[in-house]
Design a protein around this ligand. Sequence first.
Ligand code: CA
Ligand code: CA
Length: 309
Amino acid sequence: MINNYACFKTRPLLYRKTKQVVMNFTHLSVACALLSAMGSCYSQFNSTISDWSSDDSKILYSSNASGTTEIYTMDIDGRNRERLTSSKKESANWWATYSPGDSLIAFYSWRDGNAEIYRMDADGSKQVRLTSNTGYDYYPTWSPDGSKIAFYSGRDGNSEIYIMDSDGTDQTNLTNHPAEDQDPRWSPDGKSIVFQSNRDGHWQIYNISIDGTTAFNLSKNEFNDELPTWSGDGSKITFHSNRTGRSQLFVMTSTGTEERVITDTGTNNFIGAISNDGKEIIYCSDRNGNREMYKSKIDGSQEILLSQE
Ligand SMILES: [Ca+2]
Ligand SMILES: [Ca+2]
Protein backbone atom coordinates (compact mmCIF):
# COMPACT_ATOMS: atom_id res chain seq x y z
CA MET A 1 0.00 0.00 0.00
CA ILE A 2 2.86 2.38 0.79
CA ASN A 3 4.35 1.94 -2.66
CA ASN A 4 0.99 2.49 -4.25
CA TYR A 5 0.41 5.72 -2.38
CA ALA A 6 3.96 6.78 -3.26
CA CYS A 7 3.04 6.10 -6.86
CA PHE A 8 0.12 8.49 -6.56
CA LYS A 9 2.40 11.09 -5.03
CA THR A 10 4.93 10.89 -7.82
CA ARG A 11 2.31 10.73 -10.57
CA PRO A 12 -0.41 12.87 -9.00
CA LEU A 13 -1.91 14.40 -12.09
CA LEU A 14 -2.59 11.25 -14.05
CA TYR A 15 -4.17 9.38 -11.20
CA ARG A 16 -5.74 12.00 -9.01
CA LYS A 17 -9.27 11.29 -10.12
CA THR A 18 -8.74 7.55 -9.99
CA LYS A 19 -7.31 7.89 -6.52
CA GLN A 20 -10.36 9.86 -5.55
CA VAL A 21 -12.64 7.12 -6.85
CA VAL A 22 -10.58 4.48 -5.08
CA MET A 23 -10.45 6.35 -1.81
CA ASN A 24 -14.19 6.79 -1.88
CA PHE A 25 -14.53 3.08 -1.16
CA THR A 26 -14.69 2.32 2.52
CA HIS A 27 -14.21 -1.41 2.07
CA LEU A 28 -10.49 -1.95 2.46
CA SER A 29 -10.26 -5.01 0.23
CA VAL A 30 -11.81 -3.12 -2.65
CA ALA A 31 -9.42 -0.21 -2.21
CA CYS A 32 -6.43 -2.55 -1.94
CA ALA A 33 -7.43 -4.49 -5.04
CA LEU A 34 -7.85 -1.35 -7.08
CA LEU A 35 -4.65 0.20 -5.80
CA SER A 36 -2.80 -3.01 -6.52
CA ALA A 37 -4.14 -3.05 -10.06
CA MET A 38 -2.97 0.51 -10.59
CA GLY A 39 0.18 0.32 -8.50
CA SER A 40 2.69 0.14 -11.29
CA CYS A 41 1.34 3.27 -12.91
CA TYR A 42 3.15 3.70 -16.23
CA SER A 43 4.17 0.06 -16.37
CA GLN A 44 0.48 -0.79 -16.87
CA PHE A 45 -2.08 0.56 -19.26
CA ASN A 46 -5.39 1.88 -18.08
CA SER A 47 -8.54 2.73 -19.97
CA THR A 48 -11.53 4.57 -18.52
CA ILE A 49 -14.89 4.83 -20.23
CA SER A 50 -16.83 8.05 -19.99
CA ASP A 51 -19.75 8.38 -22.43
CA TRP A 52 -21.84 6.99 -25.30
CA SER A 53 -22.69 8.91 -28.47
CA SER A 54 -26.34 9.83 -28.80
CA ASP A 55 -27.03 6.93 -31.22
CA ASP A 56 -25.02 4.48 -29.06
CA SER A 57 -22.67 3.74 -31.97
CA LYS A 58 -19.51 5.20 -30.37
CA ILE A 59 -17.98 5.61 -26.93
CA LEU A 60 -15.62 8.16 -25.49
CA TYR A 61 -12.84 6.95 -23.23
CA SER A 62 -9.41 7.91 -21.96
CA SER A 63 -6.29 5.76 -22.13
CA ASN A 64 -2.63 6.09 -21.20
CA ALA A 65 -1.51 3.55 -23.81
CA SER A 66 0.48 6.25 -25.63
CA GLY A 67 2.34 7.28 -22.45
CA THR A 68 0.09 10.25 -21.76
CA THR A 69 -3.57 10.11 -20.80
CA GLU A 70 -5.54 11.12 -23.84
CA ILE A 71 -9.17 11.07 -24.97
CA TYR A 72 -10.19 8.57 -27.63
CA THR A 73 -13.33 7.53 -29.43
CA MET A 74 -14.12 4.18 -30.96
CA ASP A 75 -17.04 2.31 -32.43
CA ILE A 76 -18.87 0.19 -29.91
CA ASP A 77 -17.47 -2.95 -31.58
CA GLY A 78 -13.93 -1.70 -30.79
CA ARG A 79 -13.08 -0.62 -34.35
CA ASN A 80 -12.13 2.83 -35.70
CA ARG A 81 -10.24 4.04 -32.66
CA GLU A 82 -9.35 7.71 -32.94
CA ARG A 83 -7.19 9.81 -30.61
CA LEU A 84 -8.71 13.24 -30.03
CA THR A 85 -6.17 14.92 -27.72
CA SER A 86 -2.39 15.08 -27.78
CA SER A 87 -0.63 16.70 -24.88
CA LYS A 88 2.43 16.69 -22.69
CA LYS A 89 3.02 14.14 -19.94
CA GLU A 90 0.70 14.34 -16.93
CA SER A 91 -1.82 16.53 -18.69
CA ALA A 92 -4.39 13.84 -17.90
CA ASN A 93 -7.21 14.50 -20.32
CA TRP A 94 -10.18 12.64 -18.83
CA TRP A 95 -13.94 12.28 -18.51
CA ALA A 96 -15.03 13.33 -21.98
CA THR A 97 -18.76 13.69 -22.63
CA TYR A 98 -20.63 14.36 -25.86
CA SER A 99 -22.90 17.36 -26.28
CA PRO A 100 -26.45 16.57 -27.46
CA GLY A 101 -26.08 15.54 -31.10
CA ASP A 102 -22.39 14.73 -30.53
CA SER A 103 -20.96 17.81 -32.31
CA LEU A 104 -18.93 18.92 -29.25
CA ILE A 105 -17.07 17.19 -26.43
CA ALA A 106 -16.45 18.53 -22.91
CA PHE A 107 -13.63 17.09 -20.78
CA TYR A 108 -11.19 18.04 -18.08
CA SER A 109 -7.44 18.35 -18.28
CA TRP A 110 -4.41 19.30 -16.19
CA ARG A 111 -2.58 20.67 -19.26
CA ASP A 112 -2.47 24.19 -17.83
CA GLY A 113 -1.27 23.08 -14.38
CA ASN A 114 -4.66 22.80 -12.68
CA ALA A 115 -7.77 20.72 -13.38
CA GLU A 116 -9.97 22.76 -15.71
CA ILE A 117 -12.96 22.08 -17.96
CA TYR A 118 -12.30 22.22 -21.71
CA ARG A 119 -14.42 21.92 -24.81
CA MET A 120 -13.54 20.77 -28.32
CA ASP A 121 -15.21 19.80 -31.56
CA ALA A 122 -16.00 16.09 -31.91
CA ASP A 123 -12.94 15.58 -34.13
CA GLY A 124 -10.61 17.02 -31.46
CA SER A 125 -10.20 20.43 -33.10
CA LYS A 126 -10.83 23.86 -31.56
CA GLN A 127 -9.87 22.95 -27.96
CA VAL A 128 -10.75 25.80 -25.61
CA ARG A 129 -10.57 26.17 -21.81
CA LEU A 130 -13.84 27.03 -20.08
CA THR A 131 -12.79 27.35 -16.41
CA SER A 132 -9.84 29.18 -14.88
CA ASN A 133 -9.30 29.00 -11.13
CA THR A 134 -6.93 27.33 -8.66
CA GLY A 135 -9.52 24.81 -7.43
CA TYR A 136 -10.09 21.53 -9.26
CA ASP A 137 -12.77 21.48 -11.94
CA TYR A 138 -13.86 17.97 -12.95
CA TYR A 139 -16.43 15.83 -14.70
CA PRO A 140 -18.46 17.93 -17.17
CA THR A 141 -21.97 16.96 -18.27
CA TRP A 142 -24.12 18.76 -20.87
CA SER A 143 -27.67 20.01 -20.47
CA PRO A 144 -30.06 18.28 -22.91
CA ASP A 145 -30.36 21.45 -25.01
CA GLY A 146 -26.57 21.88 -25.14
CA SER A 147 -26.69 25.42 -23.78
CA LYS A 148 -25.08 24.64 -20.40
CA ILE A 149 -22.45 22.40 -18.82
CA ALA A 150 -22.53 21.17 -15.23
CA PHE A 151 -19.34 20.02 -13.48
CA TYR A 152 -17.93 19.87 -9.98
CA SER A 153 -15.33 22.15 -8.49
CA GLY A 154 -13.35 22.52 -5.26
CA ARG A 155 -12.85 26.25 -5.66
CA ASP A 156 -14.86 27.05 -2.52
CA GLY A 157 -13.07 24.63 -0.18
CA ASN A 158 -15.28 21.59 -0.66
CA SER A 159 -16.60 20.08 -3.86
CA GLU A 160 -19.79 21.58 -5.27
CA ILE A 161 -21.80 21.03 -8.44
CA TYR A 162 -21.58 24.08 -10.70
CA ILE A 163 -23.52 25.04 -13.81
CA MET A 164 -22.13 27.34 -16.52
CA ASP A 165 -23.07 28.40 -20.02
CA SER A 166 -21.40 26.15 -22.60
CA ASP A 167 -18.96 28.98 -23.45
CA GLY A 168 -17.74 29.04 -19.82
CA THR A 169 -19.60 32.14 -18.70
CA ASP A 170 -21.98 32.54 -15.75
CA GLN A 171 -20.52 29.83 -13.45
CA THR A 172 -22.99 29.19 -10.61
CA ASN A 173 -22.79 26.99 -7.51
CA LEU A 174 -25.81 24.66 -7.54
CA THR A 175 -25.32 22.56 -4.39
CA ASN A 176 -24.01 24.99 -1.74
CA HIS A 177 -23.47 22.25 0.85
CA PRO A 178 -20.55 21.74 3.28
CA ALA A 179 -20.21 18.06 2.30
CA GLU A 180 -18.53 16.79 -0.89
CA ASP A 181 -20.77 16.96 -3.97
CA GLN A 182 -19.34 15.32 -7.09
CA ASP A 183 -19.80 13.57 -10.44
CA PRO A 184 -22.93 15.25 -11.86
CA ARG A 185 -24.98 13.90 -14.77
CA TRP A 186 -27.74 16.05 -16.21
CA SER A 187 -31.16 14.36 -16.47
CA PRO A 188 -32.50 13.76 -19.99
CA ASP A 189 -35.56 15.92 -19.22
CA GLY A 190 -33.29 18.78 -18.15
CA LYS A 191 -35.03 19.26 -14.82
CA SER A 192 -32.47 17.82 -12.41
CA ILE A 193 -28.90 16.65 -11.95
CA VAL A 194 -27.95 13.35 -10.36
CA PHE A 195 -24.68 13.33 -8.41
CA GLN A 196 -22.88 11.70 -5.50
CA SER A 197 -22.47 13.26 -2.06
CA ASN A 198 -21.25 12.16 1.36
CA ARG A 199 -23.59 14.57 3.16
CA ASP A 200 -25.28 11.69 4.98
CA GLY A 201 -22.05 10.01 6.03
CA HIS A 202 -21.59 7.68 3.04
CA TRP A 203 -21.31 8.31 -0.68
CA GLN A 204 -24.89 8.25 -1.88
CA ILE A 205 -26.69 9.07 -5.12
CA TYR A 206 -28.71 12.30 -4.97
CA ASN A 207 -30.98 14.04 -7.44
CA ILE A 208 -31.11 17.84 -7.17
CA SER A 209 -33.59 20.08 -8.96
CA ILE A 210 -32.03 22.38 -11.51
CA ASP A 211 -32.88 25.43 -9.39
CA GLY A 212 -31.04 23.84 -6.43
CA THR A 213 -34.02 24.00 -4.10
CA THR A 214 -34.56 20.26 -3.50
CA ALA A 215 -32.12 17.35 -3.26
CA PHE A 216 -33.21 13.76 -2.62
CA ASN A 217 -31.11 10.77 -1.53
CA LEU A 218 -31.93 7.98 -3.98
CA SER A 219 -29.63 5.44 -2.30
CA LYS A 220 -30.68 5.49 1.36
CA ASN A 221 -28.24 2.83 2.50
CA GLU A 222 -25.01 2.51 4.50
CA PHE A 223 -22.76 1.65 1.57
CA ASN A 224 -20.96 3.81 -0.99
CA ASP A 225 -22.89 4.38 -4.23
CA GLU A 226 -21.00 6.43 -6.81
CA LEU A 227 -20.78 7.75 -10.38
CA PRO A 228 -24.44 7.76 -11.46
CA THR A 229 -25.48 7.88 -15.14
CA TRP A 230 -28.90 8.14 -16.81
CA SER A 231 -30.49 6.10 -19.57
CA GLY A 232 -31.62 8.30 -22.45
CA ASP A 233 -35.30 8.12 -21.49
CA GLY A 234 -34.53 9.04 -17.87
CA SER A 235 -36.10 5.87 -16.50
CA LYS A 236 -32.89 4.18 -15.27
CA ILE A 237 -29.84 5.25 -13.28
CA THR A 238 -26.68 3.16 -13.09
CA PHE A 239 -23.92 3.52 -10.51
CA HIS A 240 -21.23 1.47 -8.82
CA SER A 241 -21.40 0.39 -5.19
CA ASN A 242 -19.35 -1.56 -2.66
CA ARG A 243 -22.36 -3.18 -1.03
CA THR A 244 -21.39 -6.71 -2.06
CA GLY A 245 -17.87 -6.38 -0.64
CA ARG A 246 -16.44 -5.61 -4.07
CA SER A 247 -17.29 -2.77 -6.43
CA GLN A 248 -20.15 -3.71 -8.79
CA LEU A 249 -22.37 -1.91 -11.27
CA PHE A 250 -26.02 -1.53 -10.28
CA VAL A 251 -29.13 -0.24 -12.03
CA MET A 252 -32.19 1.28 -10.40
CA THR A 253 -35.20 3.33 -11.44
CA SER A 254 -34.90 7.13 -11.46
CA THR A 255 -36.73 7.21 -8.12
CA GLY A 256 -34.26 4.85 -6.46
CA THR A 257 -36.37 1.68 -6.54
CA GLU A 258 -35.85 -1.80 -8.03
CA GLU A 259 -32.10 -1.86 -7.52
CA ARG A 260 -30.31 -4.85 -9.00
CA VAL A 261 -26.68 -5.81 -9.57
CA ILE A 262 -25.44 -5.99 -13.17
CA THR A 263 -21.89 -7.29 -12.99
CA ASP A 264 -20.19 -10.46 -11.77
CA THR A 265 -19.70 -10.21 -8.02
CA GLY A 266 -16.47 -12.22 -8.19
CA THR A 267 -14.44 -9.32 -9.63
CA ASN A 268 -14.25 -5.55 -9.15
CA ASN A 269 -16.29 -3.63 -11.74
CA PHE A 270 -16.58 0.14 -11.59
CA ILE A 271 -16.99 3.45 -13.49
CA GLY A 272 -19.99 2.55 -15.66
CA ALA A 273 -22.18 4.36 -18.17
CA ILE A 274 -25.54 3.13 -19.43
CA SER A 275 -26.37 3.40 -23.14
CA ASN A 276 -28.93 5.95 -24.28
CA ASP A 277 -31.36 3.17 -25.23
CA GLY A 278 -30.96 1.73 -21.73
CA LYS A 279 -30.15 -1.75 -23.03
CA GLU A 280 -26.39 -1.93 -22.44
CA ILE A 281 -23.71 -0.70 -20.06
CA ILE A 282 -19.99 -0.07 -20.47
CA TYR A 283 -17.71 -0.22 -17.43
CA CYS A 284 -14.18 -0.85 -16.23
CA SER A 285 -12.67 -3.82 -14.44
CA ASP A 286 -9.25 -4.68 -13.07
CA ARG A 287 -9.80 -8.43 -13.35
CA ASN A 288 -6.92 -8.90 -15.82
CA GLY A 289 -4.43 -6.78 -13.90
CA ASN A 290 -4.93 -3.72 -16.09
CA ARG A 291 -7.99 -1.51 -16.01
CA GLU A 292 -9.89 -2.52 -19.13
CA MET A 293 -13.27 -1.62 -20.58
CA TYR A 294 -16.16 -4.07 -20.85
CA LYS A 295 -19.70 -4.01 -22.20
CA SER A 296 -22.73 -6.11 -21.29
CA LYS A 297 -26.48 -6.12 -21.60
CA ILE A 298 -28.14 -4.22 -18.76
CA ASP A 299 -29.07 -7.57 -17.17
CA GLY A 300 -25.35 -8.46 -17.08
CA SER A 301 -25.52 -11.00 -19.92
CA GLN A 302 -23.35 -11.10 -23.06
CA GLU A 303 -20.34 -9.41 -21.48
CA ILE A 304 -17.49 -8.64 -23.86
CA LEU A 305 -14.04 -7.05 -23.44
CA LEU A 306 -13.86 -3.76 -25.38
CA SER A 307 -10.22 -2.91 -24.79
CA GLN A 308 -7.05 -4.92 -24.59
CA GLU A 309 -4.35 -2.30 -24.18
CA1 CA B 1 -9.40 24.81 -11.91
CA1 CA C 1 -20.39 20.75 -1.22
